[in-house]
Design a protein around this ligand. Structure first.
Ligand SMILES: [Zn+2]
Length: 273
């Protein structure tokens, strides 16, 4: 095996270094995307139009006119059940930034119109709906109701927060009750469903809006596809649980590209507010 390591004279070895892993990203369509370019184009794949998840800060910049007042940032999760699994909930909460939650609430403007905007953040424990999320959204609904401002909730969530057990599930009915009162008082509620919106969020405020908007190709559903397949013992249709599929079935009013979200919200407010 001498030939295997032998080096010929005057021939340089391949000294190619590995590229930093945060420079490139592979889309599900197999396209390799250059991260700085991707970020400059709203984190949308130029090949298949998949909208990658982005932070609540980025959505704030896309939707709101400028500076906005942050609401209820003093509400954060606590480990009420002393939950322990692979990792204890207490340890998880110790590592998250202070005054941050899986939802950020703002009072701001869209093309000079006052709105209350709640943006979920998947990066925070999968955007899961814990008690603090329920409390922040409920307070935001009440704030919108008092001021008579439209309410927008941008959903990006894996569903209920398992570390809070039944307390997390209670947030579904809590938020739904506040939304029902908001609606009875004539409030306008727009939901925006992004990749992914699943579980308890889809089963409650995600699907309870007057106008439901979704980003293209977003995964939106309650149970996972494998569970549905095993339970029903049937093959699922193409594009099942995507924005486009749900629009076709009448669950969603508009599928809107991220770069056009602000204009669509503004158009809806022009007509309905
Ligand atoms: Zn793609």
């Amino acid at each position: 095996m001498n030939w295997f390591t032998r080096k010929k004279q005057n021939i340089e070895q391949n000294t190619k270094k590995d590229l930093p892993s945060d420079l490139w990203r592979k889309c599900s369509c197999e396209e390799i995307l250059y991260n700085p370019e991707l970020e400059a184009s709203f984190s949308i794949c130029h090949h298949c139009n998949f909208h990658f998840p982005i932070s609540s800060k980025k959505y704030q910049e896309i939707i709101l006119d400028g500076e906005a007042e942050v609401l209820f940032s003093n509400i954060s999760s606590i480990d009420m059940l002393a939950f322990k699994a692979n990792k204890s909930y207490e340890d998880i909460l110790k590592k998250v930034p202070k005054n941050k939650e899986a939802v950020d609430c703002f009072y701001g403007k869209v093309n000079d119109r006052n709105i209350v905007l709640c943006i979920m953040d998947f990066k925070f424990i999968g955007g899961s709906m814990g008690s603090a999320v329920g409390e922040k959204i409920s307070k935001a609904i009440n704030f919108a109701s008092e001021k008579n401002y439209p309410l927008i909730i941008l959903c990006q969530s894996g569903g209920a927060r398992m570390q809070e057990g039944a307390l997390s599930l209670m947030q579904l009915s809590k938020i739904s009750t506040h939304l029902a009162k908001f609606s009875q008082n004539g409030g306008l509620y727009i939901s925006i469903l992004t990749y992914p919106t699943t579980g308890g969020v889809t089963a409650s405020f995600g699907m309870q809006a007057d106008i439901t908007i979704a980003e293209p190709k977003a995964l939106i559903g309650f149970a996972g596809q494998r569970v549905i397949k095993q339970t029903t013992n049937q093959d699922l249709p193409d594009h099942f649980q995507t924005s486009e599929f749900l629009k076709e079935k009448g669950f969603i009013d508009f599928v809107v590209d991220r770069k056009n979200l602000k204009k669509k919200i503004s158009d809806v407010l022009d007509v309905l507010q």
